[in-house]
Design a protein around this ligand. Structure first.
Ligand code: AHR
Length: 528
């Protein structure tokens, strides 16, 4: 045999060996579900998004302008709108973030040519044309079928400025500001579902003490009104106060203690909490591409801290608000990774991998388990920034693995939490232990049961044996999201590396059986 012949035989033998060596054997996880036991509603607002005026989050990502060759409706990209509609995005937080406390809304209304060019000093000192202002944002909100969550400027603005902004947006009566809005093409008042009073006021929002912020909060809550006649009484705009960004309780104590004795003149409906997964510590140095299983373990371990953080804050909130009137609003969360090489560091550009999709599912499951207090959350951020749903490059657009998680979780919006009993098991690497499996179950308004299963094990598949009582299930169908590697990503040249695929299941005598792939997220509907 010559050398080429020898190589051929070697390859064939190796292929034979590989095909006969069994894949790592699957263990079994037993889930027990009683569909008759429903808990709190998983508020659809926990699937909210955050779109800050930062890098290409708005400009390029949403706004291309009416004269662009990229297909658009009144300047807003059609491809992005179409993709977002499929997520049923419940609310979008805008204009920041740190940017909110520098934003002066008047710069962004009126004829585009007359708007001033300003500097975005929060994010890279780039020139802001102000072409995307309040009316364009509301157009975007309507196009994607969502609701507005406006963060007003507490840091460098005044209550008067914020009150004028709300009047411009929401007044139906023919005030000067309402007439100005009508002259700008919007006679009917807008619905503003949520108002954030400041952002990270303990840091970029003005480095305030909790007591000083509390005084500002009361004044904004008292004097900044939503005047929309359809948003009075029970339908009122929800007001969200700045809450903690580190796992300490002093800030929450100050706000909630005051809230307990608040009078008619001020109120809040939510307290915000910000927590990013930064497994490397600050500044974020974990790469978003080309990483290994060690980073996967570190990042997922770090993200699971969200549960402890929520618990810690809830203990304080329960003390002052046992009836859980004030929601905990996690309005910034997600993986904050190293900026992609070659990008403007201030633009917070990162790729989005299968690992990040799993991270998203773990956090959404945590929020759902805290559904009685966590009634809103906004992943950071929607497009081209941090843990995005969508990445764009001029006319090109790709959907990230995190996008697909949000799509798969749509049935959980406003569904009732159903407890799942299971032993999560463990999986280890380099001294780090993670749960092997996570699961979430809920019943939607039509009575259908939905089950989500995350297999965190990067190598081994997992047999699922689920015992469902309280409802007679006959079949199950759904999709799974996985990919060859934990760092698999979608790119502009290979946009479908990480996309959901159908999964096969069997149901017999009320028991559901399936195998979930390593490093995967699976969502099933259980049919009666
Ligand atoms: O999402 C990026 C930034 O992170 C936000 O502007 C700020 O609120 C937070 O620190």
């Amino acid at each position: 045999m010559n050398f080429r012949g020898f190589r051929f035989v070697l390859c064939i033998s190796l292929l034979f060996l590989i095909s006969t060596v069994p894949l790592k054997a699957a263990d079994t996880a037993h889930l027990s579900i009683d569909a008759s036991k429903t808990g709190p509603t998983i508020n659809r607002d926990i699937f909210g998004q955050f779109a800050e005026n930062l890098g290409h989050g708005l400009y390029g990502g949403i706004w291309v302008g009416p004269n662009s060759s990229i297909p658009n409706t009144r300047g807003i990209r059609n491809d992005v709108v179409q993709a977002l509609r499929a997520l049923k995005v419940p609310d979008v937080r805008w204009p920041g973030g740190c940017f909110a406390d520098e934003y002066h809304w008047r710069n962004g209304v009126g004829p585009a040519a007359q708007r001033p060019a300003t500097l975005n000093s929060a994010w890279g000192n780039v020139v802001d044309t102000n072409a995307f202002g309040a009316d364009e944002f509301m157009d975007f909100i309507h196009q994607i079928g969502s609701e507005a969550y406006i963060s007003v400027n507490v840091g460098s603005g005044t209550p008067h400025e914020a009150a004028d902004w709300m009047e411009y947006m929401t007044a139906a009566a023919p005030t000067t500001l309402a007439r100005e809005r009508a002259a700008n093409g919007h006679p009917a008042p807008y619905k503003v579902g949520f108002m954030g009073i400041g952002n990270e006021s303990w840091s970029c929002g003005g480095d305030m003490t909790a007591d000083y912020y509390l005084s500002r909060l009361k004044i904004y809550s008292r004097f900044v009104h939503n005047d929309n006649p359809s948003q009075q009484g029970a339908n009122h705009m929800l007001e969200i106060a700045v809450g903690p960004g580190v796992p300490e309780t002093d800030w929450t104590e100050t706000i909630m203690k005051a809230w307990q004795h608040h009078d008619w003149s001020w109120n809040i409906d939510g307290l915000s909490l910000h927590w990013y997964t930064v497994a490397s510590g600050w500044p974020p140095s974990m790469p978003s591409m080309n990483f290994g299983v060690e980073d996967y373990f570190k990042t997922l371990k770090s993200t699971l801290f969200m549960d402890d953080f929520l618990r810690q804050q809830e203990t304080v909130m329960d003390r002052y608000d046992p009836q859980k009137k004030v929601a905990l609003v996690v309005d910034e969360w997600g993986a904050w990774l190293a900026p992609l090489p070659g990008t403007n560091k201030a633009f917070l550009v990162q790729q989005n991998s299968l690992r990040d999709a799993i991270l998203a599912s773990l956090n959404l499951n945590i929020f759902a388990r805290h559904a009685d207090r966590v009634r809103m959350a906004n992943i950071a951020q929607m497009i081209n920034v941090l843990q995005a749903m969508i990445l764009t490059d001029k006319e090109k657009m790709i959907l990230t693995p995190t996008y697909y998680i949000y799509k798969m979780y749509v049935p959980f919006q406003d569904a009732s939490f159903v407890p799942v009993d299971f032993d999560p098991g463990t999986v280890h690497r380099d001294g780090i232990t993670l749960p092997r499996v996570d699961a979430l179950c809920a019943r939607d308004a039509s009575g259908k049961l939905w089950l989500e299963i995350t297999n965190l094990d990067p190598e081994k598949p997992l047999e699922i044996d689920a015992d469902v009582t309280g409802m007679s299930i006959k079949s199950a169908k759904g999709e799974t999201l996985t990919a060859p590697a934990v760092d698999s990503v979608n790119t502009f040249t290979a946009p479908n590396n990480v996309v959901p695929k159908p999964v096969s299941t069997t149901v017999k005598d009320g028991r559901l059986a399936l195998t979930v792939e390593p490093k995967s997220v699976t969502v099933l509907s259980l049919e009666q």
